[in-house]
Design a protein around this ligand. Structure first.
Ligand SMILES: Cc1cc2nc3c(=O)[nH]c(=O)nc-3n(C[C@H](O)[C@H](O)[C@H](O)COP(=O)(O)O)c2cc1C
Length: 305
């Protein structure tokens, strides 16, 4: 029996370990269940769900870059009603906290999606995506405006008692201003970061490599940016942070925790090795044992500056 306590707390949400699978990189959990035992993970986050099904952007939607990838999926998803009918029964078979990520074009749509999902006992928390760079309405239109983020937080807070996490955009000057408004309006936590706006061109055709022209950059290329954003929030606002961005191994997880993350999400790595998150959990345990860390949560915001 391990002596290490890997559990972490995000508001009222208790996780058995800090490893969460990030939105958009594991479908609705079913897509990764062949490669990983979901019951070993801290939590999983669904692909962003919208009120109505969305086809997303036409291809090309993904391109590899140095140390990362650009995606412009455009929030393709089956919609909340289909999700409840088709995906929840599968997810009920697992003992892993399910976090539902919601995307919308209007505040009313965020509220309506949350209302439809709120009664589902399997759903343990909501993550509100106000930061998708790949859609015309919603997305960054909300994510770049402090009062809009505050308004969405307050309106969704009013209709659910479940833990409410707001997923912040890194495409802003001061991310801590957004974290502050989330806290002030009753949000339980923030996740940081979503992807950074980027592009790539074919030098022979002189055309963009992705249909949408711009995409969201993810992977190891964004880790230093993500660490700086998490640290900024941690130093300025007293709110639990879920760190995201370029995590490739257990050392990256520890680094995110040191700068202020209570838990982390793993995204792009799932496309390279979908069994990696489970291995990382074991490696975190080994690190704690060899470093004399009894509770992994003690590492959160333990930076020395
Ligand atoms: C293909 C792809 C699809 C994504 N879809 C979503 C999404 O639907 N909703 C969302 O909030 N984030 C989405 N993301 C962002 C990730 O959840 C994560 O914030 C980002 O990729 C940074 O983490 P990473 O560097 O570990 O991938 C997506 C990322 C990728 C690569």
């Amino acid at each position: 029996m391990s002596q290490v306590d890997l559990s972490v707390q995000i508001g009222s949400l208790k996780l058995r370990n800090p490893i969460i699978l990030a939105s958009g990189t594991v479908g609705y959990g079913n897509e990764i269940s062949e490669f990983a035992n979901l019951n070993n993970l801290g939590a999983i986050v669904t692909k962003s769900l919208s009120l109505k099904p969305r086809k997303g952007n036409p291809p090309q939607r993904i391109v590899e870059t140095s140390a990362g990838m650009l995606n412009a999926i455009g929030l393709a998803n089956i919609g909340v009603e289909e999700f409840v009918k088709e995906k929840i029964p599968f997810l009920k078979k697992y003992d892993v906290p399910l976090i539902c990520n919601i995307a919308a074009s209007t505040v009313e749509e965020y509220v309506e999606c949350t209302r439809i999902l709120n009664d589902e006992e399997t759903i343990k928390a909501f993550e509100i995506n106000v930061s998708c760079p790949n859609v015309k309405d919603g997305g960054l239109q909300f994510g770049n405006d402090v009062s809009s983020v505050g308004n969405v937080t307050a309106k969704v807070r009013a209709i659910t008692k479940k833990p409410l996490i707001i997923k912040l955009s890194p495409n802003v000057s001061y991310i801590s201003e957004f974290a502050k408004v989330v806290k002030d309006e009753g949000g339980d936590a923030v996740s940081a970061i979503n992807t950074l706006v980027g592009t790539a061109f074919n030098i022979f055709t002189r055309k963009p490599k992705i249909f949408n022209i711009n995409g969201g950059l993810s992977g190891p290329a964004i880790k230093p940016v993500a660490l700086a954003k998490v640290l900024e929030i941690s130093r300025k606002v007293n709110i639990p942070i879920i760190g995201i961005g370029g995590i490739m191994n257990w050392k990256d997880v520890i680094e995110f925790m040191i700068v202020g993350a209570s838990a982390v999400q793993i995204g792009t790595l799932n496309f390279i090795d979908p069994s990696a998150p489970e291995k990382i959990i074991k490696e975190l345990e080994d690190y704690c044992t060899t470093s004399g860390v009894k509770k992994i949560s003690e590492i959160t915001a333990s930076y020395i500056i």
